[in-house]
Design a protein around this ligand. Structure first.
Ligand SMILES: [Zn+2]
Length: 381
């Protein structure tokens, strides 16, 4: 992965590059930031740059023997740790090694942009929590005690370091305190507060913020070839989370139908007839998990549009008459007092759908909460 393939974060890239060029590399660094900000791609691009034999002032070459192996994640001196658990095939003592094939596949398919939940569904453990176990840490220590095969630097990327099991933490701590020669640890987390303080104090912190709107927009238009109007509203809805932006880009041909479905849902909630609400949630429950997630993403998109259009006239550009009409009417119900909670409820529902919750309950629960948040008389403008 080259730096040029990582979306945005130019300043951070420059900083990482300058440490390599100056030969001042801290042996343990913790990349911390929100979901969808690109911490993992950045870590891999950094490691690739560090080991590239023909690097330029701005990027790795992508073509030297080291880069070629890095691009496929098969370099013998590039190692990963990530949370795993037992699944239908591996019924006990699941280890990181058991899932390396899925790890490479997921990374290469998504250029390293994927969420913890997407990873859990890739390895078939949706209903469980993944962990990085003590046995995996022992294995890591054995691996790193070997000399580097080919590279100048051995690199260990620990993805979601907050999942390090408590009995494994002392092992990690020890190796961070007495690292083998020429070894770089890149820890990645979305919950810095869950990393034990002794590990924190041994790493250099690199904060990765949300991706800037302008960088998401540029990526959507120039690399994903989304038309500028759509790209703009997708960018705004994604709020610097590339995973959200990508899922909104992948709206199906019948997205138009989905917006009408969203409108129908809101009308049911407004009218407050329980039998209609129940029949709607029943219908949604029968569609597949992907469809449900997509519908919730589209709902988030329209709710955002309705909210923002009250403040920014440009939001209505590119909408059909019917859409503009709906957004204007519906926008009256989304106010600063309830917008945050409405978002939160939708995100929570997406989370539960991803974790294989009961779709009937998820949609019914969400419907009732949205009804109370949106159409409670206090919230009307
Ligand atoms: Zn290279």
């Amino acid at each position: 992965m080259k730096f040029s393939e990582v979306i945005g974060h130019e300043q951070i890239k420059q900083k990482l590059i300058s440490t390599v060029r100056a030969g001042r590399i801290s042996h343990a660094q913790l990349l911390t930031g929100p979901e969808g900000s690109g911490k993992l791609p950045l870590a891999v691009a950094y490691a690739q740059y560090l080991n590239c034999r023909n690097r330029s002032e701005t990027d790795s070459c992508g073509a030297c023997p080291s880069c070629v192996k890095y691009e496929k994640l098969i370099h013998p001196d590039l190692h990963f740790m990530y949370p795993v658990n037992t699944n239908n095939e591996i019924k006990k003592d699941a280890t990181i090694k058991d899932f390396i094939r899925q790890w490479r596949k997921k990374f290469l398919e998504t250029s390293g942009y994927f969420s913890l939940n997407e990873w859990y569904s890739e390895i078939g453990i949706e209903k469980k929590q993944g962990v990085i176990s003590a046995e995996d840490c022992n294995q890591m220590i054995r691996t790193l005690s070997l000399k580097a095969f080919e590279a100048s630097y051995k690199v260990m990327v620990i993805w979601m370091a907050e999942k390090i099991f408590h009995s494994a933490a002392p092992k990690i701590l020890k190796i961070l305190e007495e690292p083998p020669d020429n070894t770089l640890f890149l820890l990645i987390t979305e919950s810095q507060d869950k990393i034990i303080s002794t590990i924190l104090s041994r790493t250099q912190l690199i904060r990765i913020p949300r991706i800037k709107d302008i960088d998401v927009l540029d990526h959507l238009i120039n690399l994903k070839h989304i038309n500028p109007g759509n790209a703009k509203s997708i960018t705004a809805a994604s709020n610097g989370n590339y995973l959200v932006a990508r899922s909104l880009c992948e709206l199906p041909e019948d997205a138009d139908l989905d917006w009408k479905l969203f409108r129908q849902w809101m009308l049911h909630l407004y009218a407050g007839k329980m039998d209609e609400i129940a029949s709607f949630t029943g219908q949604m429950a029968k569609t597949g998990r992907e469809k449900q997630k997509q519908f919730l993403s589209i709902s988030t998109h329209w709710i955002r549009k309705a909210f923002v259009s009250g403040y920014i006239q440009d939001e209505l550009k590119g909408l059909s008459g019917e859409e503009t009409d709906f957004v204007k009417r519906f926008g009256r119900f989304i106010v600063p007092e309830n917008a945050g909670d409405v978002y939160h409820e939708l995100n929570k529902a997406i989370f539960h759908v991803e974790r294989n919750g009961n779709p009937n309950l998820i949609f019914l629960d969400l419907s009732l909460r949205l009804r109370s948040l949106l159409f409670n008389s206090k919230t009307k403008k």
